[in-house]
Design a binder for this molecule. Sequence first.
Ligand SMILES: NC(=O)c1ccc[n+]([C@@H]2O[C@H](COP(=O)([O-])OP(=O)(O)OC[C@H]3O[C@@H](n4cnc5c(N)ncnc54)[C@H](OP(=O)(O)O)[C@@H]3O)[C@@H](O)[C@H]2O)c1
Length: 323
Amino acid sequence: MRAVRMEAPGGPEAMTVIDVPTPEPGPGQVRVRHEAMGLNFIDIYQRTGLYPLPCPTGLGLEGAGVVEAIGEGVTRFKLGDRIAYASGPVGAYAEAHVVEAARAVHVPDEIPLPVAAGVMLKGMTAEYLVRRTFHVKQGQVILVHAAAGGVGQILCQWAKGIGATVIGTVGSPEKATLARTRGCDHTILYRDEDIAARVREITDGKGVAVAYDSVGATTFEASLASLSRRGMLVIFGNASGPVPPFDPLRLSRGGSLFVTRPTLFDYIATTEELDDSAAALFAEIASGRVKIEIGRTFRLEDIREAHRTMESRETTGSSILVP
Ligand SMILES: NC(=O)c1ccc[n+]([C@@H]2O[C@H](COP(=O)([O-])OP(=O)(O)OC[C@H]3O[C@@H](n4cnc5c(N)ncnc54)[C@H](OP(=O)(O)O)[C@@H]3O)[C@@H](O)[C@H]2O)c1
């Protein structure tokens, strides 16, 4: 089968598509024949070495397709089932992939597999951020950075469906227009505008109950400065680089603030948590409250272009690869 390999961390050119033997599932595992694979910003952190991987290595953590081989002892799935996963080990950038049956879920009939491939990792992230890291409630005002992005669009729509007022930051006027159709009540062009000043203006000086920050280095200060008393900053990504170390005393001076740095894999650590998170996500999609935009579809062969496009902030919504 065709699969992406990387000999050492680097730029997009570090990735090559090669022929490899199709892997066989071991006990408790299944092999999924991909209809599509998800593209995620975490793949870029792993490619560049910000999140180190032992090399040589495959890449990619998300996919959807049909079960075509089953390992010993698997009862959760049968041949032909439509499944999706967002889980290690890396290697989803391939025509097929072997995953632990306990780390995959059934895809409901009404959700096309390419949508499932584009939504598992980003959508379950939105689920835990909005319902568990900080429980967003009706009437609260929240701030979401990169609101037109993959996670951003789902997060904003989910919070809006709960009844929150959503302020979204975006990199261009076109993305602002899009974000307003995806749950944002207000948008801030954070390349030009002072985020915290605009947030204070919109909230009559109060600030937001929670700031969801996946941009990191360039937005950290503004996120802290946008919080209300006892507000929470959720740092969940580093699209512009990691947040530098800071003095906890700043949290006290800022109004007894909270900061957390969560990762999806701790919120879907058990199969029960995984099933609950995926079910909640599929229910949001089925209800129509969360609409999924598959912005760009790239061929596996074009993986370098796919990464360049993501890194240069040209994508909106979820992007996928097809074999
Ligand atoms: N912790 C977790 O559990 C978890 C899980 C999933 C994803 N994440 C994080 O969530 C974020 C969103 O992931 P995604 O896959 O949906 O990606 P995405 O939001 O579609 O793409 C990242 C976006 O970040 C914005 N950005 C701001 N500064 C940037 C910079 N210097 N370089 C590149 N982009 C920049 C861009 O939007 P604008 O042009 O609008 O600025 C860009 O489109 C990522 O940081 C990812 O690591 C975290």
